[in-house]
Design a protein around this ligand. Structure first.
Ligand code: CYC
Length: 205
């Protein structure tokens, strides 16, 4: 088997592991001051936006307002041909995002979405590699491309994103933080560590 075949299969495995309804309920109950109860719901687009890679829609929301997510994204999983990071995830923002709120649990809403409705976020590519036999077992780990280029305006400030995640068959841990470009001080994001999500529902890729 060639390395290319292994990577193609890995891309499908990553997409399958990402496609689900996730909750950090256990973490939120154990540590209420630091972790709100958040749901992450990721599912394949019913109509991919191009022939390249695997296209997913993602919503992050507080559990008590699932239909008003605080962040939605279109994700494109692609093979890079690079040995160090064979997979990349391009992040796109939907221009009229609120039209699609709730679509992670009602994916038919996404049928009207076309490539012209989204903007690729410069500097926000996640670079991913397969990490077998890790703490979570077999997993993928990713982090945002270097260069402090993924700008997020939040809390009235321009920040750059530092983001890393690990995903396995049933677990998804992620740590997103925004930093001041001049002082490198943290402006937003968890003080104590990663969000720990468990998959509650698996979706088909
Ligand atoms: C922002 N989180 C972002 C951004 C990226 C990621 C690229 C910047 C672009 C954007 O604003 O959408 C993260 N992208 C990812 C990850 C993957 C990916 C992890 C792999 C699947 O492709 N993020 C979480 C927690 C939550 C969180 C559940 C707790 C802090 O994973 C928050 N992420 C969060 C927030 C922002 C963000 C609040 C800024 C969104 C904004 O204010 O516009």
């Amino acid at each position: 088997m060639t390395a290319q075949e292994i990577t193609q299969r890995d891309l499908l495995t990553l997409a399958t592991w990402m496609a689900g309804d996730f909750s950090n309920w256990e973490q939120a109950i154990a540590n209420p001051p630091f972790f709100a109860h958040i749901r992450v719901c990721i599912r394949p687009l019913p109509l991919p936006l191009s022939d390249v890679g695997i296209w997913l829609y993602s919503e992050q929301a507080y559990d008590y307002e699932l239909n008003r997510p605080y962040r939605t994204a279109i994700l494109q999983l692609i093979l890079t041909g690079d040995l160090e990071h064979p997979i990349a995830i391009e992040n796109y923002k939907i221009r009229d995002a609120s039209t699609y709120y709730g679509a992670s649990r009602e994916p038919e809403k996404l049928r009207s979405l076309v490539l012209a409705d989204v903007d690729k976020l410069a500097g926000c590519k996640m670079l991913v590699k397969y990490t077998p036999n890790n703490v979570q077992g077999n997993s993928f780990k990713g982090s945002v491309e270097s260069g402090k280029g993924c700008m997020v305006f939040r809390n009235g400030k321009e920040t750059y994103l530092a983001s890393e995640f690990e995903i396995s068959e049933h677990n998804f841990n992620s740590l997103d933080r925004g930093y001041d470009p001049l002082t490198d001080e943290r402006v937003w994001g968890s003080i104590v560590g990663a969000f720990e999500f468990k998959k509650k529902v698996q979706f088909t890729i």
